[in-house]
Design a protein around this ligand. Structure first.
Ligand code: 3NM
Length: 214
């Protein structure tokens, strides 16, 4: 079994609004390129809902299963439980962390955090990993907070925060090294893979950079 730190190396986060091609194809290619964890984040303009969302989730989960890549659901705790996903990722505006933890039992729990207080609370309430962002300017999340840069991860590590961390927000190939050097266990990306001409090549290049930064 991979550790959470291993899984976080190249974390691909995506929903159908983030793709200009079939998301199933994009996910397949990205896994061929070396993605280590996948999160379905079906949010934003044109996001699928209800049965359509459930169907997409099932198909993407099946692709992950075939390739031994853990499948995480953003936000929708009920869907994650129904599909027996490998985990749930929640933000600060979602259900309280401890309530989600109680519902999901041993499934992985990821929490988006933006400062040291939120990180400490997430740890206290049972998060398995935290996302820290936005590292850089991002066009993908319209309500993203102010850019904080990799320094926030560095500060968290200096404060003794040891939980697995993944940086997110505006991370492109050239920025991977700074995020990793700040103490991140991996990088989480949407558009760097979802909008690349070849999701496989993009993932491969990101993974090479992550490995060489370790
Ligand atoms: N969460 P891209 S930024 C989903 O700051 C998400 O918590 C963020 O997309 C946070 O890699 C973000 O295309 C979007 O910039 C990341």
């Amino acid at each position: 079994m991979n550790t959470v730190r291993d899984m976080l190396k190249l974390y691909f986060v995506m929903g159908s609004p983030n793709c200009t091609r079939n998301p199933r194809q994009v996910l397949k290619e990205s896994i061929d390129g070396g993605v280590t964890l996948f999160q379905l984040r079906e949010k934003g303009h044109g996001a699928l809902q209800g049965e359509e969302k459930r169907q997409l989730a099932k198909e993407l989960q099946a692709i992950c299963k075939e390739n031994n890549v853990p499948f995480i659901v953003n936000d929708d705790v009920d869907l994650a439980i129904e599909l027996q996903a490998d985990g749930v990722h929640i933000g600060q505006e979602d259900e309280p962390i401890d309530a989600v933890k109680t519902k999901i039992g041993s499934m992985l729990l990821g929490v988006s955090t933006h400062n040291i207080e939120e990180a400490l609370l997430a740890i206290e309430k049972g998060a398995d990993y935290i996302g820290v962002g936005p590292m850089y300017e991002t066009k993908t999340k319209s309500d993203a907070r102010d850019v904080m840069g990799p320094l926030m991860i560095k500060n968290m590590r200096s404060e003794g925060i040891e939980i697995p961390i993944v940086g997110i927000g505006g991370i492109s190939l050239g920025k991977v090294r700074d995020v990793m050097n700040a103490g991140s266990d991996g990088v989480a990306v949407v558009s760097a893979i979802s909008l690349a001409n070849s999701a496989k090549d993009a993932a491969e290049e990101l993974m090479n950079e992550i490995r060489s930064s370790d």
